[in-house]
Design a protein around this ligand. Structure first.
Ligand code: 9UX
Length: 68
């Protein structure tokens, strides 16, 4: 299991936090997701054999936010 942090720009309220959390949690191998509105980040614990940072960035972008 590997823990990574991705910057997420464009979140305005806790609804956005829930949306980002849901799309990330739905990806294969994702064990835990902590999204913070205050720090504009997503902390993701995942199995790197099953999903990658590129997948997370894509999911965040597809949900309408900007991944940094
Ligand atoms: Mo809150 Mo986020 O009403 O797109 S859910 S701003």
């Amino acid at each position: 299991m590997e823990k990574i942090v991705i910057g997420v720009a464009g979140m305005s309220c806790q609804g956005c936090v829930k949306s980002v959390t849901a799309v990330l949690a739905a990806l294969p191998g994702v064990e835990q997701v902590e999204v913070s509105l205050a720090t504009a980040t997503a902390e993701i614990s995942h199995d790197p054999a099953r999903s990658s940072v590129a997948d997370f960035r894509q999911a965040i972008e597809d949900a309408g936010f900007d991944a940094n």
